[in-house]
Design a protein around this ligand. Structure first.
Ligand code: FE2
Length: 232
C-alpha cells in the first residue's frame, strides 16, 4: 500500500520479539475481501468484542484513552468479564487462571496502535514490564481497486513459567485465534458488502478514535486507481 516508489528505500521494521526466546511467535495471514481500512477499524474498535462472546465469554471493554500524531493513532482499553468463564486460551496468554474479574480491575491494558501503514496490539498486565501478548500486522491490498487485502501478521505470546507448557498448548491457541480471526473476517467482509450495496460510506461514526484513524488512513493512504481517474 502507499507510494510504490518508496518500497526500495523504506526498510521493513525489525521484529526483535521473533528472536526473543521468552516468547513464541506465530505467523499468520489470509486474504480478506475488503479494503484494508476495515481491518484497521475492526482491531482498533474493541466495542466489537460482543461479536466474539461465543468464544471469549462476555467481555466488556472500557476505553481508557487515546493518542494521535502525524502518522499514528493509538487507543487503550481495559476489560471486565461480565459473564461466562475465562477461556483456556486466555489463561494461557495471561499465564494465570482468573475466577473473578467481574469489575474493571485495570490490571490489564490493551494498546492498539496504527502506525501507518502497520498496526500493532499489545497486552500488558500490571506488575509485569513486558507484554504478555504482542501482535503486528500489515494489510496489503491485492487488487488495484483495493477491495481485497492480504494479512501479514506476527503474534507473539510470552512463555509461561512452566517450560514447554506454551508449546504443548500451542495448537489450542492456534485454533482459538483462528476462530477469532474467522469471525472478524466475516464481519469486515459484510461491512465491505454493505459499502458496495450502498455505494459508499454512510457511517455516522461518533467514536473519536475511529474518526482519527479514518483521517490518518485518508491522509497517508493511496487512493485506488479508479478514484484517481474520477478526480482528473
Ligand atoms: Fe475481533
Amino acid at each position: 500500500m502507499g507510494d510504490q516508489s518508496l518500497a526500495e528505500i523504506v526498510p521493513l521494521p525489525d521484529f526483535p520479539r521473533v528472536r526473543d526466546t521468552r516468547y513464541r511467535t506465530r505467523r499468520f495471514g489470509q486474504m480478506v475481501n475488503c479494503h484494508y481500512s476495515f481491518m484497521h477499524e475492526n482491531l482498533m474498535d474493541m466495542n466489537h468484542q460482543v461479536l466474539h462472546s461465543r468464544l471469549v465469554g462476555k467481555m466488556k471493554p472500557r476505553f481508557l484513552g487515546m493518542d494521535h500524531g502525524d502518522d499514528f493513532v493509538e487507543a487503550r482499553y481495559t476489560f471486565a468479564r461480565t459473564g461466562g468463564k475465562q477461556p483456556l486460551s486466555e489463561a494461557l496468554i495471561y499465564g494465570q487462571r482468573r475466577r473473578d474479574g467481574r469489575d474493571f480491575a485495570y490490571r490489564d491494558v490493551m494498546t492498539i496502535r496504527t502506525h501507518y501503514p502497520y498496526q500493532s496490539l499489545r497486552i500488558e498486565t500490571q506488575g509485569i514490564e513486558e507484554p504478555v501478548m504482542e501482535l503486528w500486522i500489515s494489510y496489503v491490498p491485492q487488487d488495484r481497486e483495493q477491495m481485497t487485502n492480504r494479512v501479514f501478521g506476527l503474534l507473539s505470546i510470552k512463555r509461561l513459567k512452566v517450560p514447554f507448557l506454551l508449546d504443548l498448548a500451542w495448537p489450542i491457541l492456534v485454533a482459538f485465534t483462528e476462530r477469532v480471526f474467522f469471525e472478524d473476517r466475516e464481519i469486515v467482509e459484510l461491512e465491505q458488502a454493505a459499502w458496495k450495496d450502498l455505494g459508499g460510506d454512510h457511517n455516522r461514526e461518533v467514536f473519536p478514535v475511529i474518526n482519527q484513524l479514518r483521517n490518518l488512513l485518508r491522509r497517508c493512504g493511496q487512493a485506488p486507481e479508479s478514484a484517481e481517474k474520477a478526480a482528473l
